[in-house]
Ligand binder design. Sequence first.
Ligand SMILES: [Zn+2]
Length: 406
Amino acid sequence: MLQSQDTEVTMPHALATPSDLMNHDIYIDTFFENASPMGWEQIQPGVIALHPIQDHQRFSPNMQISHINLKLLTDDPAKRQSVRFVIRRISNCWNGRRQPAITHSPMSWAVSSDDQSWQNILGQPLDDPEFAMAFDVPVTAPCMHVARMVPYTPTHLQSWLATIAQSQWVDIKHIGQTVENRPLEMVQVGDANAPHHILLRARSHPWETAGNWIMHGLVDQLLNTNDSHRHLLEKMCFWLMPMANKDGVHRGMTRFNICGMDLNRNWDRPADEQLAPENAALEYWIEHHLQSGKPINLAMCLHNDSGGQLHPGLTNKPDYAYKMKRLEDLLRRHTWFTEGSQPPGCGGADVFSGGLIERYGIDTIVAEYNAERIAKFNRPPLHWDWITYGRKLVAVLCDYFELSQP
Ligand SMILES: [Zn+2]
């Protein structure tokens, strides 16, 4: 992992004049799929100030910016070893409290020169009234991709779906459309007549990519062609909603859908079909599935935050607390997970977990993955860590449902 070259970074406060920048060899591209909306300016030769733009919750002071995804273009990479980025101080707002969007701890960034291999660099917090953080991006190619986490776009999803659709164990259906009419997929992996059914949802918050990589690892492992995995797919059927907030992912947003709705909220009542069709489609699918006589034995909603814990719902449902504790223990046994669980019930039936338990009786949990650090390895995560976790999830669920391990 690279670090900013100076641990004590000081900011040049005199703005360069346009004539200082006449030899302007840097361009920041923010107009591609999943690029984050943002302002930028070269304030000194080789120093780019970023002004990310929050997305807002409808009729609420809540706003959040966590997603940053841009391309750094230089006309002659041989001219520069690196470009320094500094991020302006901006606020998030959550539950009526304003908080700095960039905190005082180091923050990891993913950088690639070819969109294939990625490395983490570490940004350093600044003691500066105007700028919150600085990080240096090494320039090794004319286009350097820079993002908070390794990006995963609707195009990545399409390509993955086309690959796994070849398997006899996979069936992909559209269960509805987003506000902007993008299709919402439900991916079935396994035998529809299996006794155990597991629902996983990713990207209800668009910047949180871990869920997609976890699904990659999980499906890779499940489709591993040998007889023992075949046996598993007759016992467990997976239903994956891989990109719930596809409009938000396309547009490079952080949390809400394009109507300002939080797709991990309002689960205590039927979804608004106009404002949150992404949730209405999933509700309709769940109701149909249950009416057809098939169970949903476990549902997980996959997220990123800066804690990485499990968030069980609050319920008197018999055995729920025991089952979620068992799930936690199995994750500790089979994966790198050590982060533990929050006390049950944060958000009540309003959040996905509480709502699905309350309305449909489904054992549901929200699983967060720390975007900054994997505690067990004491380093920032890359997408490979989540793929590995997804592979191991098969063993976790085998034990959870007391099936023999492949
Ligand atoms: Zn989230």
